[in-house]
Design a protein around this ligand. Structure first.
Ligand code: DGY
Length: 323
């Protein structure tokens, strides 16, 4: 029996590409140049499985292509707001993602952003490298203490819970959260976490607010001017989830006005473009969407896609089926 034909939209870790090539008839993207909508449509018309990543907009137009041969879209990443799931379902595609394997690394990046912005370590690093450091002194580069403070989590899924674990057990922090689908009281208590009745309550009570909800229309600009104004002036906003949850113009205004103290951002609306205003602020830490970027995790994500496709072509339901 011939192997299923798989088209991959970007370079994946070498180990995964090698493994994929041994189990499927794979067309890799050796140039790593993002595919155009036209190229994604052509892919859907010439393979059995198409594997995009979280930066490929697999929208209704792409999914509405005539006479697709692809049956499954095995996306590499946990987020799925780049895929129009309704259109995919209507067109009969199975869609999968890669949850679980990136939970710890993404929580690590959220914690990293929190520590970096609070303790001014990015700024300190630049200070040393630019030969500006003149020596220790009692008032030099004082930041904000993290241990014992209050973290507020917007959303309480896997990554938020991993963040809660780090904050509660590692930094003795009080953990607040809001999620429309909260866990049981016992599960929350095991992480030392207290459920709040609303996002506003989390914003008002926290020293650090960390976003862990999905992107998309339901959470678009959740952190707008009104939301930011509900945070405390000494509080920091952390985003390792999706850029469009924050209104960038409102964030810049809030940082300029002292409405909040600072921000740590791994994701941006319209990334990879990042507003120049943010780049010029020392109280903002900016990372290039590194949440899952460890070798171990990126390999595990790729292997998870292979597992999903393998199950699908064996006639089973892939473990990460979204539709
Ligand atoms: C995802 O998987 O959704 C991340 O944003 C990239 O790791």
């Amino acid at each position: 029996m011939s192997k299923p034909k798989v088209i991959v939209s970007r370079r994946w870790p070498e180990e995964v590409e090698r493994h994929m090539t041994s189990v499927f008839d794979v067309q890799l993207n050796e140039t790593d140049v993002p595919m155009t909508p036209g190229e994604m449509k052509a892919a859907l018309q010439s393979c059995d499985a198409f594997c995009p990543t979280v930066t490929d907009p697999v929208n209704a137009d792409v999914l509405g292509v005539d006479n697709p041969t692809a049956k499954i879209i095995g996306s590499n990443g946990v987020g799925f707001n780049h895929i129009d799931l309704d259109a995919a379902k209507a067109a009969g595609f199975c869609v999968t993602n890669t949850p679980e394997v990136l939970t710890d690394c993404t929580a690590d990046i959220a914690m990293n952003l929190l520590l970096t912005v609070a303790r001014r370590t990015g700024e300190g690093e630049r200070h040393v490298r630019s030969n500006s450091w003149t020596g220790w002194r009692p008032t030099h580069m004082m930041g904000t203490k993290v241990t014992g403070k209050t973290i507020g989590l917007i959303g309480f899924g896997r990554i938020a819970r991993a963040m809660a674990k780090r904050c509660h057990f590692g930094f003795d922090m009080k953990v607040l959260f809001h999620d429309p689908y909260p866990p049981s009281a016992e599960d929350a208590a095991a992480l030392g976490a207290e459920a709040c009745g609303s996002v506003d309550e989390v914003l008002a009570r926290s020293d650090f607010v960390s976003i862990h909800c999905p992107g998309g229309k339901d959470t678009y600009h959740l952190m707008n001017r009104e939301g930011l104004a509900k945070m405390q002036p000494h509080a920091f906003l952390i985003n390792s989830a999706r850029g469009d949850v924050i209104d960038p113009a409102a964030l810049i205004e809030a940082l300029n006005n002292g409405t909040i103290a600072g921000a740590g951002l791994d994701v941006f609306e319209g990334e990879p473009a990042v507003p120049d205003a943010l780049k010029s602020m020392e109280n903002v830490v900016l990372l290039p969407h590194l949440g899952s970027a460890s070798v171990e995790t990126r390999v595990a994500m790729g292997m998870r896609v292979v597992d999903n496709l393998t199950a699908f072509f064996a006639g089973e339901t892939p473990q990460d089926k979204l539709v």
